[in-house]
Ligand binder design. Sequence first.
Ligand code: SAH
Length: 254
Amino acid sequence: MRQFFFKKKFDQYFLKDKNIAQKIVKCLSLQNYNTIVEIGPGLGILTRYLLNSCKKVFLIEIDEKLIFFLKNHFSISNKYIINKNFLKWNPEEIHLNNFALIGNFPYSISSKILFHIIKYHQYIPECIGMFQKEVAERLISKKNKKNYGILSVLIQTFYDIKYLFTVKKNVFIPIPNVKSAVISLKRKKIICNKDLLLKCVKMAFNQRRKILKNSLKNFKNITNFLDIPFLNKRAEQLSVKEFFQLTQEIEIRK
Ligand code: SAH
């Protein structure tokens, strides 16, 4: 692991503790999946353990140099090693429609990664991810808490989320400024108009001090649903379930 490998612009903080790497991989219900996708494999500390349990492991890595390294160090077909920005990756391109996702995620784009997971959630039944601790706490947050926000609602609508464990800074190289945490997402059986929920949650939280009647007033048909009881509350006072119900109501009355 030479110094030149670390690229700040790609959030390269590599895990150096094999026990933690193994612990993270064990959190995935590996036996349930034929296909696993790892985001940002880096030097492959998680990959090694994934390959012990699953034959089809796709690696999506943005850094060309690391792609070169991975191709040299793992005897898997090149078609599984994809040099791409995960945010631009569409699983349909390679006909993937059921896979588990894992990664020690690049922290500066963790929100974008989560939105991307939500976008393709119909293909992703499970995800184990390492995030900045503060982001993990936001994701599990509940109504009336300060850190309850758009992603708490969206992720909790589609997934059962568990905060698994906290990870200290000193197990990474270089040492990051923040603590990390591993979370698990398991998809819920839920049918919901995703675009509508997204629009509603974003609008509500973008003006989080206002009651929903006001923050949602740019909704085309707001007059059709002004009588919904939740509309007198502010975004942060609505539970995940209530946001879901609100979306259902808006959908019915369109
Ligand atoms: N999994 C490794 C590396 C984690 S560091 C470990 O635990 O040691 C984050 C990794 O994500 C780096 O390898 C970085 O190059 C990669 N990365 C950063 N942005 C990315 C993106 N947009 N798409 C795919 N990989 C990305």
